[in-house]
Design a protein. Sequence first.
Length: 79
Amino acid sequence: MEVQEFRADGNEITVSGSGQVTVRTPVGDSVLNLKVTLQPGPGSTEAVKGLLNLVPRAKGSRPDAPVTISGTIARPRFR
């Protein structure tokens, strides 16, 4: 399934991205290939900002640089 665009805006976090999801049974085995941007929202706490800083990104990239989510729904991998 092609995901052309998704976006979620919350008080603590904003998420946007696109990519592909290969749906399998059980759903947890569905394969992910997504490019996602994660940013703190307007009411983000220091704890949430700290968690966002733990998301692995390419060396020297901006804090809001997109990350790739691969793997499965049950075991996603961030790169």
